[in-house]
Design a protein around this ligand. Structure first.
Ligand code: NCD
Length: 323
């Protein structure tokens, strides 16, 4: 594994490591997280505060909006007894306003904390920060790049349902070219054998050729489809994500694609099989009809989101060496 020469692979040992890309992981590494997440699930239902991370401080440095990633990392830290430095709008509220560089900001917060969870609008920023910092950097989304912690809990959710991560068929729909969650998921699926991904999008938003080659070479079967009528009836997972309007040149450009391939009850009825699950990293901005929420296969507002907290609890304790 490991197409990121400068970022260390996990290789079974998380202590002190950065989490920047799915490229750092093997299936065995993901299994370690999943086992730990199970333990965290039981800790999270306990009302007694855990002290696993007592004495540690987690910086949440977010340059882009966030509800779930920010909220679940805050909750994960605090449920394990860590303190937090929560910076939700770094672009407006930190010294970045005064013109401070990313490197200086990272140096600053590493003086105060044990790990930095970073979200930034520019691809490659998490890697840049990781190369600057002496403490672990966790990539919470770098522009249109990757969102590894989202994918790890998406895969945990799939594993939880099917008890395997090979021989899975996923139908992913939306703004594939800009969606870091879909791209990270494809990267994750490509670590296992015999997986197939159907990618449903307008042609203009199809996966870039470089990543298509990368995942295909690793053995992920990718089938691009541009019409709802081509949806297979065999998919185990439907993964919908909104049009990433902040990644377009203008709102008007993005608006051209609003409402395309909306997941409706009718679509689910026509193409969805019985034992499948519907995931969405959220926020939902019209890509799934609200009526679909009551279908038991729709677990985005329930299990998927909750799993995010368990997996982030697991990741924080692993990189901080509290096993
Ligand atoms: C995703 C993101 O930020 O990429 N949100 C999240 O973290 N759950 C998906 C999105 O914003 O569409």
């Amino acid at each position: 594994m490991g197409n990121e020469p400068d970022i260390q692979n996990i290789d079974g040992n998380f202590t002190g490591k950065d989490i920047v890309s799915l490229d750092q992981f093997t299936p065995q590494d993901l299994e370690i997280i999943f086992r730990k997440a199970e333990l965290m699930r039981s800790i999270a239902v306990d009302t007694k505060p855990s002290t696993i991370l007592a004495g540690n401080i987690v910086t949440l440095l977010f340059y882009e909006p966030s509800s779930r990633t920010f909220g679940s990392f805050c909750a994960a830290s605090q449920r394990l007894g860590a303190g937090i430095i929560p910076i939700h709008d770094a672009i407006h509220t930190s010294s970045v306003v005064k013109g401070e560089s990313l490197e200086d900001t990272i140096q600053t917060f590493q003086s105060y904390s044990n790990v930095i969870v970073l979200r930034h609008p520019t691809i490659g920023t998490a890697k840049k920060a990781a190369l600057t910092a002496q403490i672990p950097i966790i990539n919470a989304g770098d522009g249109g790049g990757e969102h590894p912690t989202q994918t790890i809990y998406d895969m945990y959710t799939i594993y939880d349902m099917f008890k395997r991560l090979h021989d899975i068929t996923v139908l992913a729909s939306g703004d594939i070219v800009h969606s870091r969650t879909i791209r990270s998921l494809l990267n994750g699926l490509s670590l296992y054998k015999d997986n197939t991904a159907y990618l449903l999008s307008p042609e203009a938003l199809r996966l870039d050729r470089k990543n298509l080659d990368k995942y295909s070479k690793r053995g992920l079967k990718i089938v691009e489809i541009f019409d709802e009528k081509e949806i297979p009836k065999t998919a185990d997972v439907w993964y919908w994500n909104r049009i990433q309007k902040e990644r377009f040149s203008s709102e008007k450009e993005a608006a051209k694609f609003e409402g395309k391939f909306r997941l409706t009850e009718a679509l689910l009825h026509s193409y969805g099989k019985k034992d499948m699950i519907i995931l969405d990293p959220l926020p939902r901005v019209g890509e799934i009809e609200e009526r679909v929420d009551r279908d038991p296969r729709a677990i985005y507002l329930r299990k998927q989101m909750r799993n995010g907290m368990y997996v982030r609890m697991a990741l924080l304790s692993l990189v901080l060496g509290k096993i």
